[in-house]
Design a protein around this ligand. Structure first.
Ligand SMILES: Nc1ncnc2c1ncn2[C@@H]1O[C@H](COP(=O)(O)OP(=O)(O)OP(=O)(O)O)[C@@H](O)[C@H]1O
Ligand SMILES: [Mg+2]
Length: 240
């Protein structure tokens, strides 16, 4: 692969006595969409927090681009990574203000970009509505628009369409895929929905008990997984 955008080695995240993440090695390629699946508690959100520099690993390394691993990552570099969290928190302000927020932090105004992004996620008519009064699907789209409007290099998605209807799921997937195609944004998408991973990702990894059990090209992951636990997971059986 071309030089990875993230290089993870011997990574452990330990809370108290519990090792919740234990990944020997994981490279993420620039411009790829990587899907991460696995049951609740597998460590998926924890990994995303580390990729977003919200926490530092207990041991091991995460190297991002040309940054020295585990050094303090400069703010300008951190800002190249945005996240749509599992439970997005919106400001008590209009939809437009929420989407413009990250641009403002970066000292940019570019209101045309905000309007264009609102149109892209189908929220142009709700631009002046209070964001906290929106439906779940609309809030998810505000969170996605807010993450994308700053044109990040890396987009981290934590269950971006959980609890949404098929229409909104399709919409969110299309926006993410289009952004990846057109801008080459690197995407890491965590999802409980194996079909979403299959539709969206070029590579898929299964996490279980903090470990990366298997990672492979999407077709191989689903059609001929090498680990029996992956096979069971893609068949929809519970894996413990
Ligand atoms: N700050 C923390 N302190 C202590 N334990 C934590 C902390 N954050 C996460 N954990 C624990 O780490 C484990 C992994 O959590 P994580 O949120 O990464 O799982 P997940 O794979 O995202 O699960 P889900 O699919 O339910 O969102 C869980 O058992 C959780 O309770
Ligand atoms: Mg989670």
């Amino acid at each position: 692969m071309t030089s990875p955008i993230y290089q993870i080695s011997n990574l452990k995240q330990i809370y108290g006595e519990r090792t919740v993440l234990d990944i020997d090695r994981l490279d993420i390629a620039p411009g790829e969409i990587l899907g991460l699946v696995g049951p609740s508690g597998a460590g998926k959100s924890t990994l995303l927090r580390l990729l977003n520099f919200l926490e530092s690993p207990t041991t091991g390394q995460i190297a991002f681009q040309n940054q020295p691993p585990n050094g303090s990552v400069p703010i300008a570099v951190r800002r190249q990574v945005t996240t749509v969290f599992q439970r997005p928190v919106l400001l008590r302000a209009s939809v437009r203000a929420n989407v413009a927020y990250g641009l403002g932090l970066r000292g940019e105004r570019a209101s045309s970009r905000v309007d264009e992004m609102l149109a892209r996620v189908g929220l142009d008519k709700l631009a002046n509505a209070p964001a906290t009064k929106l439906s779940g699907g609309e809030m998810q789209r505000v969170a996605l628009a807010r993450a994308l409007v700053v044109e990040p290099k890396v987009l981290l998605l934590d269950e971006p369409s959980a609890n949404l209807d098929p229409y909104n799921v399709g919409l969110i997937e299309e926006i993410v895929a289009q952004n990846n195609r057109e801008r080459g944004t690197t995407v890491v998408v965590v999802t409980h929905n194996v079909f979403q991973a299959k539709r969206l990702a070029q590579r898929v990894g299964l996490m279980l008990g903090g470990r990366l059990i298997e990672i492979a090209e999407t077709k191989q992951f689903f059609d001929s997984p090498t680990d029996p636990r992956t096979a069971a997971f893609v068949r929809g059986e519970m894996v413990y």
